[in-house]
Design a binder for this molecule. Structure first.
Ligand code: ADP
Ligand code: GN1
Ligand code: MG
Length: 361
């Protein structure tokens, strides 16, 4: 935990104008710690974003920050100067020593971003327009990074979307059952094991490696408060080489059901076809120019696969005693797993229609 004094000391390490006032936890991420920190800028209370990187998850924060510097630099070069620059691209605030991160006395890595005002993130999408905007923004993000100069970005988490390896990790967690919880998750374990055959489909399909975001949750894109436009893709820790379909798949997971990721009332969860249609339209509006025929063919499948993959990650973490994802109640990871599997079922029921839609798009 960090108190107000601690965060003030960290905040003062960055090139932010004005006196530090206070800070509050911000957002609903499961891995890092995000704070909105306020500074007195000539009598105005101005916010900045401060983030502590979870180095148990991201083993090499310096390499991660190198990725982010390169990625945001490349995006910024395409947006150009002007007042919208730090609303359209995340702008890192340098530390006072000139680096883009600060290492505190406890061995934690911190970074700071300019606050994007007049826009916000949502944990669930409420309209097809929002789904369209998110998909278009994530597709545009991939497009802008298609010509990122070499070298290859660091893999901040190796095999992040390697579903067969995620499946193997689940099998080990079931076998070890260190928290004695397998007995509470019999149905979910059965569901997971019955789906093993889908895990390697994308890896076997010989699809092109691209620079991808890899965590395209709906709450990782900021929508403008006035226009509703998807103006800035955020949460760049997992930007690294990947498949375009990992990103589309996670959009399907987090945007097509009207519910949040941890909804306990399973009857509320379902893949809403108009939302999927809006995602396809939005994504193709920006990414349609570079996607191959093969990539297009797997668009609907990717939604099922990534929803399943995140579901088995939640299940494995539940069985391991909640060591990876932050949890806020007992059984939280199991609830999240159940919600993902319910969505997988819903996608399965509509898979043919989804594929037909993609073919005609
Ligand atoms: P996490 O890993 O905690 O999900 P994010 O980078 O997604 O971290 O940030 C958490 C939340 O903080 C986001 O959902 C968004 O609402 C808000 N946020 C992040 N960066 C900014 C920014 N530069 N300006 C304004 N809000 C931001
Ligand atoms: C984590 O950090 P956050 O909350 O955006 C996770 C993603 C999962 C997501 C599920 C580094 O993302 O892979 O899809 O939770 N990030 C990491 O909500 O594991
Ligand atoms: Mg996030």
């Amino acid at each position: 935990m960090i108190d107000g004094t601690g965060i003030g000391a960290v905040a003062r390490q960055f090139e932010i104008d004005g006196e530090f006032l206070d800070a509050e936890r911000y957002g609903s991420g499961h891995i890092n710690d995000t704070f909105r920190a306020f500074f007195d800028e000539g009598g105005v209370k101005a916010p900045s974003i401060l983030q502590r990187i979870n180095h148990n998850v991201f083993k090499n924060p310096v390499a991660l920050m190198e990725n982010i510097e390169r990625v945001t630099g490349h995006l910024a070069s395409q947006v150009g100067a002007g007042p919208e620059r730090c609303r359209r691209v995340l702008c890192l605030i340098p530390a006072r020593d000139g680096r883009h991160w600060h290492l505190d006395s406890e061995g934690n890595y911190w970074r700071a971003y300019r606050f994007i005002g007049g826009a916000r993130t949502y944990d669930a999408a409420v309209s097809t327009e929002q789904a369209f905007q998110a998909a278009r923004a994530f597709g545009y993000f991939q497009k802008q990074l298609a010509d990122l100069p070499s070298p290859r970005l660091h893999d901040t988490i190796p095999d992040f979307h390697n579903t067969p390896k995620r499946f193997l990790a689940l099998e080990r967690a079931i076998e070890a059952d260190v928290a004695g919880r397998a007995k509470f998750a019999k149905q979910e374990i059965e569901f997971a094991l019955a789906h093993q055959s889908i895990t390697s489909v994308l890896l076997d399909a010989n699809l092109p490696e691209r620079v991808t975001h890899n965590d395209t949750k709906f709450n990782n894109v900021m929508l403008d408060d006035n226009s509703g436009e998807g103006i800035c893709v955020i949460d760049l820790d997992t930007v690294m080489p990947g498949l375009a379909l990992y990103d589309f798949g996670d959009m399907v997971r987090t945007t097509t059901s009207p519910t949040k990721e941890d909804e306990r009332d399973l009857s509320q969860i379902g893949m809403q076809f108009p939302m999927f249609e809006a995602l396809v339209r939005g994504y193709l509006a920006s990414a349609g120019g570079f996607l191959t025929k093969e990539e297009r063919r797997y668009l609907s499948f990717s939604g099922k696969l990534i929803t399943f993959e995140i579901g088995i990650r939640f299940l494995a973490d539940y069985l391991a005693g909640d060591t990876y994802f932050k949890v806020h109640r007992e059984g939280h990871n199991l609830d999240r797993c159940r919600a993902q599997f319910k969505l997988v079922e819903s996608i399965e029921q509509q898979e043919e229609a989804m594929s037909r839609l993609v073919e005609s798009a």
